[in-house]
Design a binder for this molecule. Structure first.
Ligand code: HEC
Ligand code: HEC
Length: 200
């Protein structure tokens, strides 16, 4: 296949997630209830609650729609999004995307193992490098719907990788993350989760 055709296919394939058009100022007005867990600016202080600050808008909107619909289950947020329209959710996504994420720290003893997995994958198990989709500095790829991981809490990242591995989270397009997580050991998950917390 030639390059143009591939890029056209990619463009059409992702057009569904690329159309988030939110108004951040309008979104802010609806986030008071979120602050209890995610903090007012989206830099949650609790390691199990994800940081939303600086996350890609299209990814945030996809998660909000799926959490509202129940195709991604977040018990802590049960019913919380029911009163919001798609436009409200797009505005909320735009607000958190416009905030700046605070980067955490990677622990010394895990940095080498974590970096190896993040940058090179696990060759003998056929695990793709995380950089391929989440980018070398962890900002993801907004138009493709690949989330930023940079600065995300290690405990939350570890929980997501475990959930993809056991299928409790199954909202990843084409099982992209389930395929990867299925091949990672507990030790590898811990190391790469710790690594992204300090990545920027
Ligand atoms: C009672 C705590 C709580 C409140 C309040 C709350 N959330 Fe959450 N939220 C969570 C937890 C816990 C998760 C992660 C669940 C998991 O582990 O999959 C989450 C996940 C998310 C995610 C997915 C993040 C990602 O990186 O995939 C988004 C987006 C989100 N929340 C937005 C909101 C918004 C917007 C509000 C306010 C309208 C809100 N949350 C209110 C606890 C809360
Ligand atoms: C082929 C592309 C691809 C590769 C390679 C990839 N990911 Fe992902 N990842 C995704 C996509 C797409 C999502 C979002 C799924 C969704 O829409 O809910 C995601 C989501 C995640 C999430 C959840 C983020 C959140 O905020 O909840 C984590 C954590 C994650 N990936 C970690 C990794 C790690 C670690 C690696 C390397 C071992 C990796 N990914 C490799 C595509 C990829």
């Amino acid at each position: 296949m030639n390059k143009l055709l591939i890029s056209l296919l990619v463009t059409f394939g992702i057009s569904g997630v690329a159309q988030a058009e939110g108004d951040a100022a309008a979104g802010k007005a609806n986030t008071a209830v979120c602050a209890a867990c995610h903090s007012a600016d989206g830099n949650s202080a609790v390691p199990n609650f994800p940081k939303l600050a600086g996350q890609n808008e299209a990814y945030l909107l996809k998660q909000l729609k799926e959490i509202k619909a129940g195709s991604r289950q977040v018990v802590e947020m049960t019913g919380m999004l029911n009163g919001f329209s798609d436009q409200d959710l797009a505005n909320i996504a735009a607000f958190f995307a416009s905030q700046k994420v605070q980067i955490g720290q990677t622990s010394q003893e895990l940095v080498e193992a974590g970096q190896q997995i993040y940058r090179a994958g696990v060759m003998d198990k056929g695990v793709a490098a995380c950089t391929a989709c989440h980018s070398p500095n962890g900002t993801g790829n907004s138009s493709a719907g690949f989330p930023a991981l940079s600065g995300q809490h290690a405990a939350y990242v570890e929980k997501q990788l475990m959930a993809f591995r056991n299928g409790a989270r199954d909202n990843d397009p084409n099982g992209m993350m389930r395929d990867i997580a299925a091949k990672l050991s507990d030790t590898e998950i811990k190391a790469v989760a710790d690594y992204v917390q300090g990545l920027h």
